[in-house]
Write a protein of this length. Structure first.
Length: 232
């Protein structure tokens, strides 16, 4: 999906609120992928990868060319692989957030049990770092307040000194992915562009050749003669 169907401002009545678009790419077999998974989704603000197999998760952790922002897991179902620490080490080091969604367990007891079991294993596998707790809600009734989410995280085993995650880091990672290339920042300031234009024009100016051996006026020879007399 190369074109983003979501408009930049889907709610014109709230111009002071910035709305971000997100796409979630489900990956079953990484061998079937012929190109970078993030290339077709470059027009979205946030890119999430949803691996359904352990092989796909290992491929996402080892393949540094596929740069995305969020690793999403179907925590409302039984995970097909145990959430071991070595599966998340490279992802956390690259600044990718590990997402846990809770809304599916609000009205479904079976999904609630799976979320508790999977979230506890993910917290243990990530050491409580790099987590992003999202709602994943399809309706407003499934949303919960910040203190309820903190209770969820505490119940899953997230320690207080580790924190509850930082959604701002996900936005910074997304901005760095879209506006930089391998850590090289591109500055698009108007002042910088004007300075570069002036410097470029200066480089195009012709420089006259100066003969250093030629006499320039009467004063330089007199000074040289005085220096020769002193030496004598």
């Amino acid at each position: 999906m190369e074109n983003n169907p979501i408009p930049p401002n889907p709610f014109p009545d709230y111009p002071h609120i910035r709305f971000l678009s997100r796409i979630t790419i489900q990956i079953d077999d990484p061998a079937a992928l012929t190109s970078n998974i993030t290339t077709p989704a470059k027009n979205f603000d946030l890119i999430a990868a949803l691996p359904t197999t352990e092989k796909a998760l290992q491929w996402l952790g080892s393949n540094t060319t596929s740069d995305f922002d969020i690793l999403s897991l179907e925590t409302n179902q039984r995970l097909p692989f145990p959430p071991r620490h070595n599966l998340f080490t490279n992802l956390i080091a690259r600044g990718i957030a590990i997402e846990i969604c809770y809304a599916a367990g609000v009205g479904d007891s079976a999904a609630r049990r799976n979320i508790i079991s999977n979230a506890t294993g993910i917290v243990r596998g990530t050491r409580g770092r790099g987590l992003l707790i999202s709602s994943g809600a399809g309706r407003a009734a499934d949303l919960r307040g910040p203190f309820d989410v903190i209770n969820f995280a505490w119940f899953w085993g997230v320690k207080q000194e580790v924190g509850m995650g930082d959604g701002g880091k996900v936005l910074l990672h997304s901005r760095a992915r879209r506006e930089t290339y391998r850590g090289a920042v591109q500055i698009v300031s108007g002042d910088v562009k004007e300075k570069e234009r002036v410097d470029e024009e200066k480089g195009k100016r012709k420089v006259a050749n100066v003969d250093l051996d030629a006499d320039v006026g009467d004063d330089p020879p007199k000074k040289m003669a005085r220096k020769k007399r002193k030496r004598r």
